[in-house]
Ligand binder design. Structure first.
Ligand code: PHE
Length: 459
């Protein structure tokens, strides 16, 4: 590689990178989404398929992305362009990186809104609003929150402002410092809640629900959902892993760190399940409540159980921390792009990026509040602009981006170069390469085709 722009900062060490990348991976996907999709898809068998997807598809794609970042040392689109040039392949591959950044940007536009709900819940819980509340009161509270544009705009603005403020401070002073405190804090809070759940809730039923597979409950849709979620939860195809890889210290092993990150992310998801389901079963609530599981179902339990005001507050603080360390990752590639391409300073780039996000977030906000211009009813399919952004990113852009990245690294990058960087024993390298070159693209292609079948698009 002749001239690579090496102006980027680097993580201070391997541990800082693992913490930051785990912070990016661990988020609403682990604590909000994972438990409810396990609940909707019948438990144990789904968990097994999910673990398989993380190992067979998620880890290889993560390795490929971090490799691209580490070799390209720039924001995703430019990193891929540099590498494409090095191997004299079409410059168009850079759009695989560019699409990731776009997907990450779109994801953050609604992610910040949902993280804002979590902020609102911290306050509600701390001020005892769930105490002895009836299901109807809690539902009304949630409906009030999600239908009030001003409240949502307020919390979203707060989330985006602190995200931009941290990222503006730069890699080591901003992102790294933030994850150094927030990630351990988040993990300890999660352990506290899981411990509490284990002693207060119906832990054994939760264990058997999550870990005793009943394959009769497994549907094709569940398998595909597990695969799709493995992309989202590991923050793949969203520019994040290429960007964080671009800051990787030279001597850091891509394979080992990727495996650690995947294990940590999975552990947090499982722990979140073990924190939530015992409470759900103890209170005879339904595990298949769907997206409202933690916003409508759990507060009910917090309102009834001993010490629930504190545990509830701790739970939502933890959720905010988890979401925040993902939000800074999601905004970083667009900020880096402004810095590289336009030559702006980090503060100006962060402000610009956050302003664009704020405007985009209004689309989701007004979808939730039921504004007619943001909600559609076409051919008896009801969907909102939020649904469009959510499905467009999760069901189209992420799988497509993952597919392109696997193909690019599996087929266009010289095998010897990859082997030299990954430094794996020969057989392990062969196996990973086969996964990346054939297995991952084949599996992702199947999911992709399924997900984009128009009929499923808005389900
Ligand atoms: N992985 C994050 C989560 O589980 C979401 C995310 C997706 C973050 C893509 C960055 C990029 O919540």
């Amino acid at each position: 590689m002749s001239k690579v722009n090496k102006t980027h900062a680097q993580w201070s060490n391997r541990f800082a990178y693992i913490l930051a990348a785990t912070g990016a991976a661990v988020g609403l996907g682990n604590i909000w989404k994972f438990p409810y999709i396990v609940g909707e898809n019948g438990g144990g068998a789904f968990v097994l398929v999910y673990l398989f997807c993380i190992a067979i598809v998620g880890v290889p794609v993560m390795i490929a992305e971090v490799y691209l970042g580490k070799k390209g040392r720039q924001s995703p689109m430019r990193a891929v362009a540099t590498i494409a040039k090095q191997y004299s392949v079409s410059n168009c591959w850079k759009y695989a990186g560019g699409m990731g950044v776009a997907a990450g940007y779109l994801i953050l536009s609604f992610y910040a809104v949902i993280a804002g709900w979590a902020c609102a819940y911290v306050l509600q819980s701390a001020t005892g609003q769930f105490d002895n509340a009836t299901p109807a009161q809690i539902q009304t509270g949630f409906a009030e929150l999600t239908s009030s544009p001003l409240t949502l705009i307020g919390w979203t603005t707060f989330m985006l402002a602190i995200t931009a403020a941290v990222v503006a401070k730069g890699l080591q002073q901003g992102l790294e410092r933030c994850v150094r405190y927030m990630m351990p804090a988040m993990f300890i809070l999660l352990l506290v809640i899981a411990g509490y759940s284990a002693s207060y809730g119906d832990f054994s039923q939760a264990l058997s629900f999550m870990f005793e597979p009943d394959f009769s409950k497994l549907t094709v849709h569940a398998v595909l959902e597990a695969l799709g979620h493995s992309f989202f939860t590991l923050s793949l195809a969203s520019g994040v892993m290429i960007m964080y890889g671009a800051y990787l210290p030279d001597e850091t092993s891509i394979v080992k760190t990727s495996i650690w990150i995947a294990i940590a992310d999975t552990l947090v998801a499982l722990l979140a399940g073990l924190a939530i389901f015992p409470i759900v079963f103890e209170n005879n609530l339904t595990p298949s409540a769907g997206p409202s599981l933690i916003f409508e179902t759990l507060p009910l339990a917090f309102g009834q159980m001993p010490g629930g005001q504190i545990i509830g507050t701790v739970f939502f603080v933890m959720l905010v921390f988890a979401a925040f360390t993902s939000a800074i990752a999601l905004i970083e590639s667009s900020v880096a792009w402004f810095v590289e391409k336009k030559g702006y300073g980090r503060v100006a780039s962060a402000v610009l990026s956050a302003t664009g996000l704020w405007l985009l977030s209004l689309l989701s906000i007004f979808s939730f509040t039921g504004a007619t211009w943001a909600n559609f009813d076409i051919m008896s399919l009801q969907f909102s602009l939020f649904d469009v952004i959510d499905k467009l990113t999760s069901n189209i852009m992420l799988p497509l981006g993952g597919l392109l990245i696997a193909i690019f690294v599996g087929w266009k990058v010289r095998q010897n170069d990859l082997a030299a960087e990954l430094k794996l024993p020969e057989n392990a390298f062969k196996l990973s390469f086969i996964l990346l070159k054939y297995v991952t693209p084949a599996i992702v292609l199947i999911v992709f085709i399924y997900m984009t079948r128009i009929i499923n698009l808005f389900k």
